[in-house]
Design a protein around this ligand. Structure first.
Ligand code: GDP
Length: 295
């Protein structure tokens, strides 16, 4: 995960990590390298520029050059800023509803169905949670089958209504079923399209309005780089979602989405997907991720 970015930042911070004398010139040079590493990882130009400007300001403010350990202090400033950029403190799901309704949104192939299963499994393992999965993709029968397969795999019931082509009605019936059958979490998997289109946005907005979920989560494939950020913006404009799920972080992603998304839509990344298996889910902790990236 993020090996390339990690390597580049390590090289950029090499001098500061105690491999030479630290001067104003090599601090400036280092920041330029840090910016280059972020751009290479697909971080948007403006975000990368603002990032290095903030690091520079902090370094000046803390008199880095006259400090006892200037290199270490600089590395710490970069790490703190990276943590902040990715969201600061970790944010948990709001599960206060009875039942708590979680709505999944995102493009087709982003990993919604897989993540719906992972989240159901994650919550089920918490013992106090009894989740129900609801299949609202009325366009692809295979998607309904897929959710049933996932449900069977993790031992979680799946609500579907194959003859019905109204996703709003299915979502409402799913929530009703949860209420009458004692489920305390409802995870609603929705249809996705290959690109953002009006019909899809209207459909998910209608589901959202009808079931008023506690959590609307936007699922995005981290491999899609800067496009991930644009798609997030489009969904956020319509849904004002509560959190982001970054999937496929186990692949050869350059990491730009993880680093940029929070500052573009100002919504926290809540979980990451790190594989195809049901167990490949992690709560997203910005500080831990920054530690991992900066080694
Ligand atoms: P949906 O169309 O949004 O419901 O996407 P799916 O859940 O069907 O996922 C699309 C593909 O991505 C499937 O082949 C999944 O196995 C795969 N996938 C989903 N999440 C991850 C992940 O975190 N890592 C990897 N490597 N593959 C994933």
């Amino acid at each position: 995960m993020f090996d390339n970015l990690s390597d580049k930042l390590d090289k950029a911070l090499h001098v500061l990590k105690g491999h030479g004398q630290i001067t104003e010139i090599n601090v400036a040079e280092t920041l330029k390298e840090v910016r280059r590493a972020l751009l290479d990882a697909d971080v948007n130009f403006k975000i990368a520029k603002e990032f290095t400007n903030r690091v520079k300001e902090k370094a000046l403010g803390q008199n880095v050059l006259s400090s006892l350990k200037p290199g270490q202090l600089m590395v710490k400033i970069v790490k703190d800023e990276l943590t902040e950029l990715m969201g600061g403190d970790a944010e948990e799901l709001d599960l206060t509803g009875s039942p708590s309704v979680i709505l999944m949104s995102g493009l087709q192939g982003s990993g919604k169905t897989t993540f719906s299963g992972k989240l159901a499994n994650f919550l089920k393992n918490k013992k106090t949670r009894k989740p129900l999965l609801v299949a609202c993709d009325v366009y692809r029968p295979a998607a309904i089958d897929q959710l049933h397969v996932v449900g069977e795999q993790i031992g979680v019931e799946v609500f579907s209504d194959r003859g019905n082509n109204d996703p709003v009605a299915i979502a409402k019936a799913g929530v009703q079923h949860a209420k009458s059958d004692g489920f305390n979490v409802v995870i609603i998997d929705t249809a996705g399209r290959l690109a953002v289109d009006e019909q899809m946005m209207t459909e998910i907005a209608n589901i959202h309005k009808a079931i008023t979920p506690q959590e609307t989560l936007f699922v995005v494939d981290s491999m899609t780089g800067q496009d991930a950020v644009n798609t997030a913006k489009a969904f956020n404009d319509v849904l004002n979602f509560d959190g982001v799920i970054l999937t496929k972080l186990d692949g050869d992603t350059r990491g730009g989405a993880a680093i940029s998304i929070k500052s573009v839509v100002n919504k926290p990344i809540k979980f990451i997907g790190t594989g195809e298996k049901m167990e490949a889910i992690d709560v997203f902790y910005p500080a831990r991720m920054a530690d991992r990236i900066l080694g």
